[in-house]
Design a protein around this ligand. Structure first.
Ligand code: ADP
Ligand code: MG
Length: 694
């Protein structure tokens, strides 16, 4: 346990040391569940933003754009929309919007605000995330939504006329959708001077945001203007806070997961009570850590008795989310193992210790190979500080970094690169096109995307038949693809299934590909999970396998028992049913005939090819280890072990997505006939005919 961590020789550091200035983290009241209204009122007044209530309302009244910077937990997200509502910004049927980059944050924050306002979620306070709308037109006054959903709403209402104030929250994350949204909102502002924007974030180069929203006034109009000032206001909310001692490890650790688990155990052994928040990267390593800690509790009770171990990631069910937010039972210590969602989006009460792996899952895109990956990559210094700050909310805390101080100082980058500059831009381009923005390269971006990535996106959309020679959306295909709230490749697959007569099957597949995973994690029983998968496995690949799972689930009467027995995630399957229902409605609206192909899986595979031809791969003839090469850029890729085609290795396949760990792994794979590629995308494969003909 101590090979990486020497409690005796630790060099405690205060956050001030590394910052060159004192950092404060806000402290506030504890969880409210079960307390009365007045208690909630008191808690609200204790939050740091409360002191700024009047200032915020004044700035919003008088400025088109207000930038608010405040530490996580100071009350920006939960309070400001309420202040706006109290001040009348939702009167006369208008709506206050607050966007978040993450779905789970939208749900959690909306439900908290509904609770604080004493209303039922979905009425005065509602939320909308993709495939889930808990808001009522004419009733909902404060609406939380993902920035992606607000972008979609612009397709029906380009000026977002129903909103009086739009608060773009968590702007420091610089998610792809946030940046697109900021660019578009700046345009809308010119047409709707009465609209107010609030840009809020935990840390932001407020200056650069301010410069971005600085609009030059047209000469001649200045004297007559009666509207709000166009230069943005900047307000900084001071938090009250406690010091956080930072501990770095002495030597780099070979395995951050193991290191995180033993650090939790040594904190539990040696440190006074207080909850622990552990930052790992994703569902897999989080579930593994939960399991290791639970095993520890069973085998070696004395180290771990009294630990309540809970995961926190976006695929979590509502019940599991509630557990994370509920108060820790007396005499117990809660350990929440989280993705970076707990870094700034959500505030957990009672955290005193933070264990920071130094990693998170990040999107990276290489426009040359046109490959986008979710990669476990080192976080930035800014993230590391945010994570540490989570320990200082209720009292002085400690942060254990599973990386060396030298690494922090010399190797970590200061800030993360905006997602715009490391993403595949296909969805972004199609959305802007659908909004009638044709000069995409000349668009006013908060951070310009790389021209290569832009050109790649245009190429892919052109090859999908979504854009024409003038880079305009084609009719009807381009407009239809833009209408479906999915990746354009899946949307195209759905549209192609219409002629192929397999829309029912493809819609099922699209719904399943929209949830994280329909399998439960192995629960330490990898063999049983593999056997369960084998019961459904189809020789054609994962997509067809999913069809059998779906069929089995329906035949079982949507039984949770059946799911449990088959290692299938019941919660995910229920979600699939909901998404499927919505996709059917969208398909009908687009004039797609809902039809089943019964047992003819060839048409299903052809439909997938029609959308995903760009992801075709061929098995390397003489490779031993199942190595494939992508057709378009000859990248080395392998079938992911979770795929039913792992070790089967058919010659020609198409993948849905790539994940990269030690290798590039293809997830969700289906076998195809190479002749279909030429059928699906002749212009795309014309220059590359040779590999297919061989
Ligand atoms: P910010 O957006 O500035 O990070 P929030 O508005 O999200 O801050 O949170 C303000 C405070 O509200 C938190 O410090 C916490 O005490 C409380 N809070 C937020 N969400 C919840 C929740 N789901 N359960 C209990 N308390 C919460
Ligand atoms: Mg917030």
């Amino acid at each position: 346990m101590s090979q990486f961590w020497k409690p005796g020789s630790e060099k405690p550091r205060l956050l001030d040391d590394e910052e060159g200035g004192v950092l404060f983290y806000s402290a506030s009241a504890s969880s409210s569940s079960g307390f009365g209204y007045s208690n909630i009122e008191k808690q609200r007044q204790r939050l740091p933003v409360y002191k700024y209530r009047t200032a915020i309302l004044y700035l919003v009244e008088t400025h088109a754009t207000t930038i608010i910077v405040g530490e996580t937990g100071s009350g920006k997200t939960t309070q400001i929309p309420q202040y706006l509502k109290e001040a009348g910004w939702a009167d006369g049927g208008r709506v206050i919007a607050c966007t978040q980059p993450r779905r789970l944050a939208v749900q959690a924050v909306a439900s908290r605000v509904a609770e604080e306002m004493g209303v039922k979620l979905g009425e005065e306070v509602g939320y909308t995330i993709r495939f889930e709308d808990l808001s009522k037109t004419g009733v909902t006054m404060v609406k939380f939504l993902t920035d992606g959903v607000l972008l979609r709403e612009m397709m029906d209402d380009p000026l977002l006329t129903k909103y009086s104030v739009i608060m773009v929250d968590e702007a420091h994350e610089r998610s792809l959708s946030t940046d697109i949204l900021l660019g578009l909102l700046k345009k809308i502002q010119r047409r709707r001077p009465e609209l107010r924007l609030i840009i809020s974030s935990a840390t932001i180069e407020a200056k650069s945001m301010s410069t971005f929203f600085q609009t030059r006034k047209r000469r001649g109009l200045e004297g007559e203007e009666s509207g709000p000032r166009t230069d943005p206001a900047i307000l900084s909310v001071e938090g009250r806070g406690f010091n956080v001692q930072i501990h770095h490890i002495e030597e780099p650790v070979p395995d951050y997961l193991q290191a995180a688990v033993s650090t939790v155990l040594s904190i539990h052994e040696q440190e006074p009570m207080g909850d622990i928040l552990v930052f790992l990267t994703g569902e897999n390593d989080i579930d593994a850590a939960v399991q290791l800690l639970n095993e520890e509790a069973q085998n070696n009770g004395k180290h771990s008795s009294g630990l309540v171990v809970l995961p926190l990631y976006s695929g979590l069910s509502r019940a599991d989310q509630d557990l994370v937010f509920s108060p820790t039972p007396r005499g117990k210590r809660k350990v929440v193992i989280s993705t970076n969602i707990a870094e700034t989006s959500l505030t957990l009460e009672g955290i005193v210790y933070v264990v920071d792996s130094g990693f998170s899952k990040q999107r990276f895109y290489n426009p040359i190979s046109d490959i986008e990956n979710l990669v476990v990559a080192p976080i930035s210094k800014a993230s590391a500080r945010q994570r540490a700050g989570r320990a200082g909310r209720v009292r002085p805390g400690k942060c254990y970094r599973l990386y060396t101080e030298e690494y922090f100082v010399n190797e970590m980058s200061a800030h993360a690169i905006p997602e715009m500059q490391r993403s595949n831009l296909v969805s972004c381009v199609i959305q802007l096109k659908a909004l009638g923005i044709d000069n995409i390269l000349g668009f006013d971006w908060p951070a310009s995307p790389s021209p290569e990535a832009m050109i790649r996106a245009l190429e892919v959309l052109y090859s999908l038949g979504v854009l024409d020679d003038d880079a305009k959306l084609t009719s009807p295909l381009g407009f239809q693809v833009a209408e479906i709230p999915l990746d354009p490749m899946i949307s195209k697959t759905i549209l192609s299934s219409n002629q192929l007569g397999c829309s029912e099957e493809i819609i099922t597949i699209a719904a399943i590909l929209s949830v994280q995973s329909i399998w439960v994690s192995a629960r330490g029983a990898q063999r049983e999970l593999d056997e369960a998968k084998m019961r459904f496995a189809a020789a054609e690949g994962d997509h067809v396998t999913y069809l059998s799972v779906y069929k089995g689930f329906i035949q079982s009467g949507k039984s949770s028992q059946w799911c449990y027995k088959n290692f299938i995630n019941y919660h995910a399957m229920k979600k699939v049913i909901e998404i499927r229902e919505q996709l059917r409605r969208i398909a009908q609206r687009l004039g797609i005939v809902l039809k089943s192909c019964e047992r003819d899986m060839e048409v299903v595979r052809k439909a997938v090819t029609a959308g995903f031809f760009a992801n075709a791969c061929c098995l390397e003839a003489h490779s031993q280890g199942g190595m494939y090469k992508t057709i378009r850029s000859a990248q080395e890729v392998y079938i992911h072990p979770s795929s039913v085609l792992f070790r089967v290795n058919p010659k020609w396949i198409i993948y849905n997505s790539l994940v990269s760990t030690d290798r590039q792994y293809m997830r969700n794979v289906i076998s195809i006939d190479p002749s279909w590629l030429m059928e699906a995308a002749p212009h795309f494969y014309r220059q590359q005919r040779n590999p297919i003909a061989s």
